[in-house]
Design a protein around this ligand. Structure first.
Ligand SMILES: [Zn+2]
Length: 216
């Protein structure tokens, strides 16, 4: 039996599947489309994106950002399309509409625990960062990581420790300042598995013709 391209693809897929099943730290990447309706200063947004990416990195998740206000992104049309595999939308809205002032954002999950869209409330972040002893950019980045975390972790994903704590106090922001307010190791495994599964679906259906024959 020759080791042709089809076999090689199958072999790579098995490797990927085994890796995903074992929860190994296969490098995983998500893209977050940022739709800013709050007019966040460019430098604050850039720092916030860096902060959120820094929070995801120890969990084995690399984040690419696409700002929907940038010319090249507008021309590419990504922000007008339904987000595809491992793409999520972060909407920065000017005013929070939920009942309590302490809510900084919300993630929209379906009954199956899946979701693509989350909102962060810029007025509450801008007004609340001093109380928590942090900068606007740092709090915006931390809230963004928490909400995108909900999209990757599914329903009931708050935890007693780390960035998925439901309520943040000064201690959380002290940890943020030290770079230790992060996802737990278990949350990292769940997120990487989820990302790996979406990549597999993309690999199989995106290259359908290459898969005919051997797979049946
Ligand atoms: Zn939450």
């Amino acid at each position: 039996m020759g080791f042709n391209r089809k076999h090689l693809l199958g072999f790579l897929a098995v490797l990927l599947w085994v890796g995903v099943a074992a929860g190994e730290a296969i490098p995983t990447r998500i893209t977050v489309l940022v739709n800013d309706s709050a007019g966040v200063p460019a430098e604050v947004l850039r720092q916030a994106e860096q902060e959120a990416a820094r929070i995801f990195r120890p969990a084995g998740v690399e984040v690419s950002w696409m700002n929907c206000s940038e010319e090249a992104v507008i021309e590419g049309g990504a922000c007008r399309e339904v987000p595809g595999a491992n793409r999520f939308v972060l909407h920065i809205v000017p005013t929070g509409k939920t009942s309590t002032d302490f809510v900084f954002g919300v993630a929209f999950l379906g009954e199956d625990g899946r979701g693509k869209y989350c909102n962060v409330f810029f007025d509450r972040i801008r007004d609340g960062h001093r109380d928590l002893g942090t900068s606007t950019a740092q709090l915006l980045g931390t809230v963004a990581a928490h909400e995108v975390g909900h999209l990757l972790l599914g329903s009931h994903s708050h935890s007693r420790l780390g960035i998925m704590e439901p309520v943040w106090k000064e201690e959380a922001m002290r940890q943020t300042g030290m770079g230790t307010f992060l996802f737990t190791a278990e949350q990292g495994v769940v997120m990487r598995e989820r990302i790996g599964r979406e990549e597999m679906v993309l690999a199989v259906w995106g290259n359908e013709t290459q898969w005919s024959g051997d797979s049946r």
